[in-house]
Design a protein around this ligand. Structure first.
Ligand code: BG6
Length: 286
């Protein structure tokens, strides 16, 4: 594929830092920078100017065609979890094409990736300005109905998990994956001091990470995401992952905008579904 035609001088730039591996594209807007690998259309970094990255990326991440990158925003599609192999679907280990790039009055930059097969077309629109706006649009191009689950498996960059509180999921029901998938109800805010792996169902359109260490609030606003996954592998599980930084579990938190389980998406022939996520941050005084 000829990526060069999507370059915009000094704003959208491609490079191939790793041999035999898809290119990396860097978007530099007036307000922020964003790095995306074409392996999985995987956002690796989103950094508003003069701020810390909003996303966490493991320094031990493995950049290999058959492996998903540890950190950033892996796209889990067309299934979430171990429903089939590869785990979390093949989209995150596929090489995506690019179909469009745009510069809007120097305020916004956007790039659109595409993954196509005989069942569906997935278009992934990434726009940056002061915020990161993404849209994952899936269209059924087969003759039959098409069912799928999905997650934008975002790893957020936090000062220390002990300084953070997750807001917005109070009173929501969830499936506790580390307690035999028992159904429970969230009491109060979420504070993490051990492994957590939960699928919140019928979720609201806004989840917040309040980080007293970095004195900021990360705001995750969604449209058409009915499930929200909250994941932190904690000490034992993360130490078994060769691509996970030592102690990295303190510095990351996954809040995944998703549609999973009974909230799977069913598309009739020709129908589309759009999942939108906006990620922003706000300074807080404590
Ligand atoms: C989360 C799941 O979304 O992803 C966890 O809820 C899983 O159960 C985690 O361990 C990481 O998955 P992977 O395949 O990227 O190691």
């Amino acid at each position: 594929m000829n990526y060069k035609k999507f370059e915009i001088k000094n704003k959208i730039v491609f490079e191939t830092p790793i041999d035999n591996y898809p290119p990396l594209v860097t978007l530099t807007s007036k307000h922020s920078t964003c790095k995306i690998s074409l392996h999985g259309a995987h956002i690796l970094s989103f950094k508003p100017n003069d701020k810390k990255d909003l996303l966490w990326l493991s320094s031990l991440a493995i950049y290999r065609q058959d492996k998903a990158i540890r950190g950033g925003i892996p796209i889990c599609l067309p299934w979430f979890g171990g429903f089939d192999t590869p785990s979390h679907g093949f989209a995150r280990i596929s090489s995506w094409e690019i179909i469009e790039s745009k510069n809007f009055d120097d305020e916004f930059l956007s790039i659109t990736f595409r993954l196509k097969n005989d069942k569906f077309i997935a278009d992934y629109y990434v726009e940056i300005s002061t915020t990161l706006n993404i849209e994952l649009k899936v269209k059924n191009i087969s003759e039959d109905k098409f069912e799928f689950t999905q997650a934008l498996h975002s790893y957020f960059n936090i000062s220390d998990v002990k300084n953070t509180i997750i807001k917005g999921l109070e009173n929501q029901n969830y499936i506790d994956s580390i307690d035999n998938n028992r159904e429970k109800t969230q009491q109060g805010y979420i504070r993490i001091d051990k492994e957590i792996d939960r699928i919140y169902t019928n979720t609201n359109s806004q989840t917040l990470i309040l980080d007293k260490g970095y004195k900021r609030e990360i705001i995750i606003s969604t449209k058409n995401s009915k499930s929200t996954v909250v994941w932190n592998p904690w000490i034992e599980k993360s130490s078994k992952m060769s691509d996970f930084d030592e102690g990295g579990y303190k510095k990351m938190l996954c809040i995944e905008s998703a549609n999973i389980g009974f909230e799977k998406i069913i598309l009739q022939k020709g129908e589309s579904h759009s999942l939108k996520v906006k990620i922003s941050e706000k300074e807080i005084s404590i």
